[in-house]
Design a protein. Structure first.
Length: 170
C-alpha cells in the first residue's frame, strides 16, 4: 500500500522441493530492449487494455495460488499463460504499440501449443521481453527443450528446476 512499494515483498507458497515443475527458457534476443520494462510499465497506463489487465490481476493471482496449493500444473499453466498474454496486450494497445516479441517469440509459442495438443504438460509465460518461458512437468521438459532449440532465431535454451529464494552473496 505504500506509494514507494516499500511494503511489497514475496513469500514462498511452497518449498522448492515440494513440487517438481520445470522451467524451459527460449532466449530469443540478448540485445537490449528498445523500451525498458520500467519505461514500458510507465507507458502501460495509457493503453485502453490497462484497466482490464489490472482489474483481473487479483482473480488471476487467486487462481495461481490455488493451483500451486493443489499442485495443479494445468490450472497454473492456463492462468499464467493467459495473464502473460493480457500483459502483452496492454503494450499492443498503446499508440504506437509496444511490442517486445520477435518472430521467434511467436514461433516458440506455437511450438509449445503444438506440444500441448500432442499431450505435453507445457505452458507459455513471458515477462516484458521477447524471451519465452515454459512451465512444464519433468516428463515434457526434454521435448520442450528440443522443440524450442529447433526454432530459427532462438539463441539459446536453458532448462532448470525450481530453486530456493533470493540470497545475498558477498
Amino acid at each position: 500500500e505504500a506509494a514507494d512499494g516499500s511494503d511489497c515483498f514475496a513469500v514462498p507458497l511452497l518449498a522448492p522441493d515440494a513440487w517438481d515443475v520445470r522451467v524451459v527458457v527460449a532466449l530469443v534476443s540478448s540485445a537490449p530492449k528498445a523500451v525498458s520494462s520500467r519505461d514500458g510499465m510507465r507507458l502501460a497506463a495509457d493503453s485502453l487494455f490497462y484497466p482490464a489487465w489490472v482489474a483481473g490481476a487479483d482473480a488471476d493471482l487467486a487462481c495461481a495460488r490455488a493451483a500451486i496449493a493443489a499442485r495443479d500444473l494445468a490450472a497454473l499453466g492456463r492462468v499464467t499463460e493467459h495473464s502473460a498474454f493480457k500483459m502483452h496486450a496492454v503494450g499492443f494497445g498503446l499508440e504506437p504499440p509496444l511490442v517486445y516479441w520477435r518472430s521467434a517469440t511467436l514461433a516458440c509459442i506455437e511450438r509449445v501449443w503444438a506440444l500441448r495438443r500432442a499431450g505435453a504438460a507445457a505452458y507459455v509465460t513471458m515477462d516484458a521481453g521477447p524471451q519465452v518461458k515454459v512451465l512444464c512437468d519433468p516428463e515434457s521438459a526434454r521435448a520442450v527443450e528440443a522443440a524450442l532449440a529447433d526454432v530459427p532465431g532462438v539463441e539459446r535454451v536453458v532448462a532448470c528446476k525450481l530453486g530456493g529464494g533470493a540470497e545475498v552473496v558477498s
